[in-house]
Design a protein around this ligand. Structure first.
Ligand code: PXG
Length: 496
C-alpha cells in the first residue's frame, strides 16, 4: 500500500533531514518509501500533476515489473491494465530488449544523422517500418522521419504539412483541422492540435491556424433514434462543414487518432472513417493518422489505418514502437508527401538531436522482431481481442455500466447513475462533482488493478501478451471494483 504522509511532513522535511536524504541518495543507500516520497515532493515536478495534492498523499513509488504486473515500493502487486501509459505492448521484463540496448550502447551509443551521416539501426528500422506499413489504395509508405516522442512527431507533422503546401505553391493552405477531446501531445503544437480545453486554457493555445470539430462519440453525441452508423456519417460531416466554412483552399490537413485514447477510448462507428476519407479526397487535403497509441498491434494490426481501411498521408507513431523500453517516435511519410519534400524540397530545416538514435532504433528492431515472433498483432486480431470483447460485453449487465465496448486491445466503459433513458433519450449520468470515475479508480488501486478514469469513463489498454487466464483475472477485478464503487455510492446515498 502507498503510505499516506501529511503534506506538512513532506514539504517541511527539515534541512538536516533533507541533507541526510541527499547523502543517502548519493551513496545509493536504500531509501524508505516515505523518504522517496519526501524527495519526490521536494524535487520532482511531475507531468499533469497537482503538486499540492501529490505532496499530501505522497506519490506511489513503482519499483519493478514483470509480465503484466507491476510492484510498488511497499510490495503491492498490481495488474497493469494500462501497459504503463499505453506503451508496454510486449509486457515487462523482456530481456532481448535490454540486450539490444546494451549491445548497441557498447557499439555506438549515439551519433547524429544531420550532416550526411547515418547509422545502421536507424536505416534497418526505417526499412522494416516501410515493409510493415500496408499499402492502401496504391499509397505506400517508404520513408520515416524520427523523433523521440509522440508530441515531437506531431510538431514534425505540422512542419511537414506546411512545407508540403509551400512547395506546391499553395502557402495559404495553413489550417489543420483536429477534434475536440483529441490528444496529440503536450508541446505547443501537440497541445494545440489536441482538443483538450484544460490544456488550451493554460498558455494561450491553440496556436494560430489550428481548429477543432466534434468527436465521433455516439454514447454522448448520438441523437435519440439515430443509429451508430447514421451518427458516424453525421460526425464525419462536421469535417466537411468546417472545410466549407474556412474555404477548402485554406485547409492543409485533418489529423485524428483512429480510436481516441487519452480522450477515453472513443471508438468511432464503422461509417466514420470511410466518410472522412471521402471528404479529404474530395477537397484534396492531407490526412494525418495519429497512431501513437493505436499502432504496433494495439488494434490487431501493425498500423491502425489498415483496420479502418483509410489512406493516410502521414502516420504518427511512438510509445509501443519500443514497447516503451526507451523513448522513440516518428512519422511514416507517405509517397504523396515524401515525393514533394524530397524532389522539390531542398533542405528541410527541421530535426532533432535524437532523430534516428541508434540505441532507440536497435531496441525498436528487437521489439518488432519479438512482436513478429509472438504474432502479437495477430493474437489481438484473432484471439485475445475477441476474447476480451466477449468478456467486456457481459459487463453491460452490471447496474453501474451504461455501455462497455472494446476495439482490439483497448476498452472503455461508462459509469451511469441509471440506465433508464430520460426524455432526452439519454441515460442518467452522475453529477461531475461526485467524481465517480476517480472513486472507482481508487478501488482499482486498492485491489491491485491499474485502470484509468477519464471522467466517468473507465478505460484499459493491457499488454498484448495477456493469456486468457490473465484476462479472466482482470475481468474478475473489474467486476469487483464496480461492485465496491456501487456499494460506496449506495452507502453515501448517491445511488438507490
Ligand atoms: N498522440 C497521441 C495519440 C497520444 O496518445 C501523444 C500523441 C504524445 O506522445 P508523447 O510521447 O509526447 O507523450 C500521445 C500520448 C493519458 C496519456 O492520460 C496519454 C498520452 C500521454 C500521456 C498521458 O492517457 N498519450
Amino acid at each position: 500500500m502507498c503510505a499516506n504522509v501529511s503534506s506538512s511532513k513532506l514539504l517541511n522535511t527539515d534541512k538536516r533531514q533533507s541533507l541526510i536524504l541527499i547523502e543517502k541518495t548519493a551513496m545509493n543507500a536504500p531509501l524508505s518509501t516515505h523518504e522517496i516520497q519526501a524527495l519526490d515532493s521536494a524535487h520532482f515536478i511531475h507531468p499533469f500533476t497537482d503538486h499540492g495534492d501529490l505532496a499530501t498523499r505522497g506519490a506511489r513509488v513503482i519499483d519493478r515489473a514483470e509480465g503484466i504486473y507491476i510492484w510498488d515500493s511497499e510490495g503491492q502487486r498490481m495488474l497493469d491494465g494500462m501497459s504503463g501509459l499505453w506503451c508496454v505492448n510486449a509486457g515487462y521484463g523482456r530481456k532481448e530488449l535490454a540486450d539490444a540496448a546494451q549491445a548497441q550502447m557498447m557499439k555506438l551509443p549515439f551519433y547524429n544523422s544531420f550532416f550526411q551521416t547515418t547509422n545502421v539501426p536507424a536505416v534497418q528500422l526505417a526499412t522494416k517500418l516501410a515493409s510493415l506499413a500496408p499499402t492502401v489504395g496504391g499509397r505506400s509508405f517508404q520513408h520515416v522521419f524520427y523523433s523521440s516522442s509522440g508530441s515531437e512527431s506531431n510538431d514534425s507533422n505540422v512542419r511537414m504539412v506546411r512545407r508540403y503546401w509551400d512547395l506546391l505553391g499553395q502557402p495559404q493552405r495553413k489550417v489543420i483541422i483536429s477534434r475536440h477531446n483529441a490528444y496529440h501531445g503536450s508541446t505547443m503544437a501537440g497541445a494545440s492540435l489536441g482538443g483538450m480545453s484544460g490544456m488550451h486554457a493554460q498558455g494561450d493555445l491553440p496556436i494560430p491556424n489550428i481548429t477543432h470539430i466534434g468527436q465521433p462519440y455516439y454514447f454522448e453525441e448520438g441523437l435519440p433514434g439515430e443509429t451508430a452508423d447514421e451518427f458516424g456519417v453525421r460526425a464525419a460531416g462536421w469535417l466537411e462543414a468546417k472545410i466549407l466554412e474556412l474555404g477548402a483552399d485554406k485547409v492543409a490537413a485533418f489529423i485524428a487518432e483512429p480510436v481516441q485514447g487519452a480522450g477515453g477510448v472513443i471508438i468511432p462507428p464503422d461509417t466514420y472513417w470511410p466518410e472522412i476519407q471521402r471528404i479529404v479526397d474530395k477537397y484534396g487535403i492531407l490526412l494525418v493518422s495519429d497512431e501513437v497509441i493505436c499502432a504496433f498491434g494495439r488494434l490487431g494490426h501493425w498500423f491502425a489505418y489498415e483496420k479502418f481501411g483509410y489512406r493516410p498521408d502521414l502516420v504518427t507513431f511512438a510509445k509501443a514502437v519500443t514497447s516503451g523500453y526507451i523513448p522513440l517516435g516518428g512519422v511514416m511519410v507517405g509517397d504523396r508527401v515524401a515525393k514533394v519534400l524530397i524532389e522539390k524540397g531542398g533542405e528541410f530545416n527541421h530535426g532533432y538531436t535524437y532523430s534516428g538514435h541508434p540505441v532507440a532504433c536497435a531496441v525498436a528492431l528487437a521489439n518488432i522482431e519479438l512482436m513478429e515472433r509472438e504474432n502479437l498483432p495477430g493474437r489481438v486480431k484473432d484471439d485475445i481481442g475477441p476474447y476480451l470483447a466477449k468478456a467486456y460485453a457481459t459487463l453491460a449487465d452490471h447496474p453501474l455500466v451504461g455501455v462497455a465496448e472494446t476495439c482490439g486491445f483497448v476498452a472503455g466503459l461508462v459509469l451511469v447513475k441509471s440506465k433508464t433513458r430520460g426524455a432526452d433519450g439519454r441515460m442518467q449520468m452522475f453529477p461531475e462533482e461526485l467524481a465517480v470515475g476517480m472513486k472507482c479508480r481508487a478501488h482499482c488501486f486498492k485491489n491491485g488493478l491499474i485502470m484509468r478514469a477519464v471522467g466517468d469513463r473507465m478505460i484499459i489498454a493491457p499488454p498484448l501478451t495477456m493469456t486468457h487466464a490473465q484476462i479472466d483475472e482482470m475481468m474478475g477485478l473489474i467486476r469487483k471494483v464496480l461492485d465496491l464503487t456501487m456499494a460506496d455510492l449506495k452507502a453515501t446515498g448517491q445511488l438507490q
